[in-house]
Write a protein that binds this ligand. Structure first.
Ligand code: NAP
Length: 271
């Protein structure tokens, strides 16, 4: 169920959002909550059957336009292919939700390079390329725009057993903070949403479905996380951490030495 009750219904009528990673979890919930606000959608991910089902549901329920582009965003030039596919169909987007991403939980030396390269290809390379292609397009069309980047509570420092993923999410935050400043004069806002542990398919890929004891205790539902992201995006805020426990955890990192915070997070993630 959506929790964006204090944003007026129809607040995004006349706008169109591109949501990457919309076939499950946080991305699918973004699609539902944007639809509730009257926003037309372009949904992308690899699993076309899931995108088709969600598009059908939202067209029926909200009466909005929903287009889908099923593709593997980690392929080289996927962002450019996505953009030219939308251009050929005459589809412009006003909002980008850069959500597709995955992590793998394992010590760095235990996995082959190809596995880590896959994380970097999607979470850093495709993420950055999509931002570049669509931000340039917004400026070329002289349009105001909103960019919502999905970071993580792991954006605030390294996490042992998630070394590559936490570094990728730190990149998301660092890049997006700088970009928010660069794009402000163009009327484009850049917001980073940092979710904590959220009940999605993330852990099926990351850790064969295993969630740490600490993670289970603080797990959020996608509806709450997404509502926080949309509110912050609408307000043009550069950063929102979803959930007071997550905000407290990030604050408490500052109270200990950097490396001891890193060590403690690694222990909590492995428990
Ligand atoms: N769940 C958490 O605890 C948590 C916490 C902090 C941040 N996040 C972030 O939230 C975002 C969404 O994750 P989630 O939790 O909703 O996990 P999820 O349920 O696994 O969703 C991930 C989405 O990314 C898509 N995706 C994965 N690889 C792709 C590829 N190569 N090309 C195109 N799309 C791809 C997946 O679709 P297909 O498989 O159909 O391609 C799916 O729609 C990610 O950036 C994640 O890092 C999650």
């Amino acid at each position: 169920m959506a929790h964006n009750g204090n944003i007026p219904a129809g607040a995004l009528q006349g706008e169109r959002a591109l949501i990457t990673g919309a076939s499950s979890g946080i991305g699918a919930e973004f699609a539902r909550q944007f639809a509730d606000l009257g926003c037309s959608l372009v949904l992308t991910a690899r699993r076309k059957d899931r995108l088709d089902a969600l598009a059908g549901e939202l067209r029926d329920k909200a009466g909005i336009d929903v287009d889908i582009a099923a593709m593997d965003l980690s392929k080289p030039d996927a962002a450019a292919v996505l953009k030219s596919t939308l251009d050929e169909a005459g589809i412009d987007v006003d909002i980008i939700v850069n959500n597709a991403g995955f992590g793998l939980q394992e010590d760095f030396i235990e996995r082959d390079w190809a596995d880590w390269e896959g994380v970097i290809d999607l979470d850093i390379k495709a993420f950055t390329h999509i931002t570049h292609v669509f931000a340039r397009d917004m400026i070329a069309r002289n349009k105001k725009g909103r960019i919502l980047q999905i970071g993580s509570i792991f954006s605030f420092g390294g996490v042992p057993s998630y070394a590559v993923y936490s570094a990728a999410k730190s990149y998301v935050l660092s890049f997006s903070e700088a970009l928010a400043d660069e794009l402000a004069p163009h009327g484009i806002t850049v917001t980073t949403l940092a979710p904590g542990v959220t009940q999605t398919e993330f852990f099926d890929t990351a850790s064969d479905g295993k969630v740490s004891e600490a993670g289970r205790r603080i797990m959020q539902m996608p509806a709450e996380v997404v509502a926080d992201g949309i509110k912050a995006m609408m307000a043009g805020r550069p950063l929102v951490v979803s959930g007071w426990i997550n905000r407290a955890m990030i604050f408490s990192r500052r109270l200990r030495s950097r490396q001891s915070a890193v060590h403690a997070l690694g222990q909590a993630s492995r428990s």
